[in-house]
Design a protein around this ligand. Structure first.
Ligand code: URA
Length: 232
């Protein structure tokens, strides 16, 4: 792995900030000052320090991805690009998406290689809320809001109560659900004789999609993000 990537991935700053650290001679690899961001390092065997502090290699990783449309939430797919294809340099860590977003859904998707993290967020018994921005074909009525509040009857049973919020734009709403059934938001809208035209996940728990992330970009989760997810 490139040294600048390693440092950025271990949370020492953005790629640009890390390059500055390197230029200033603050980083050593096996006790030798290393200034080139392109230097290849082996995180398992090389001893990498910044300002004399050993940077421990973390083998569990957690990313927030701003998923673009057109990518499937899977680790491999014969036909389509997967969300894992968007994350470079971590192939050896066996990454997978935390839950699924449909191919045409965009927004907040967490990526990890930690099964326990996945379980904490996706186990239906945990009731972690997920909020979506919806562009719908028809505007939302007071009745729709009430129906979501009581739960919507789908072919696989009644949904848990959900929060449907209108905005200034009559075709744009926010919906918060507490479970994660297949095509759930689309099916709930269908059940109220409406149709989802565009769907974007903007929040999981209290963790909002980072507005700095362009579509397709990702970053590591911070300790504050874990708190917002109600973890650690
Ligand atoms: N609900 C849907 O219908 N699709 C998604 O991708 C997520 C939630």
């Amino acid at each position: 792995m490139r040294l600048d990537k390693f440092l950025a991935n271990m949370g020492l700053g953005t790629r640009t900030e890390v390059k500055t650290l390197l230029k200033k001679g603050k980083v050593t690899v096996n006790n030798k000052v290393e200034k080139s961001p392109k230097t290849n390092v082996n995180p398992d065997s090389d001893e990498i320090c910044c300002e004399d502090k050993l940077i421990e290699y973390i083998d569990k990783v957690y990313f927030m991805l701003n998923k673009p449309k057109g990518y499937v939430s899977a680790t491999v797919d014969n036909q389509h690009s997967t969300v894992i294809d968007l994350i470079s340099d971590f192939e050896h860590l066996k990454l997978f998406p935390v839950g699924r977003l449909d191919k045409d859904t965009e927004g907040l998707l967490l990526i990890t290689n930690d099964g326990n993290f996945n379980h904490q967020l996706m186990n239906p018994s945990k009731h972690v809320p997920k909020t979506y921005e919806v562009i719908s074909k028809n505007s939302i009525t007071k009745n729709d809001i009430e129906s979501f509040k009581t739960g919507i009857e789908l072919h696989d049973g009644l949904t848990q109560p959900a929060l449907l919020e209108v905005t200034d734009d009559e075709y744009k709403s926010f919906v918060t659900i507490y479970e994660g059934r297949y095509h759930q938001v689309k099916r709930m809208f269908h059940a109220i004789n409406n149709e989802v035209l565009a769907l974007k996940r903007i929040k999981i728990g209290d963790l909002a999609l980072d507005r700095q992330l362009e579509s397709g970009d990702y970053r590591q989760l911070t300790p504050q993000d874990f708190k917002l997810l109600g973890l650690k």
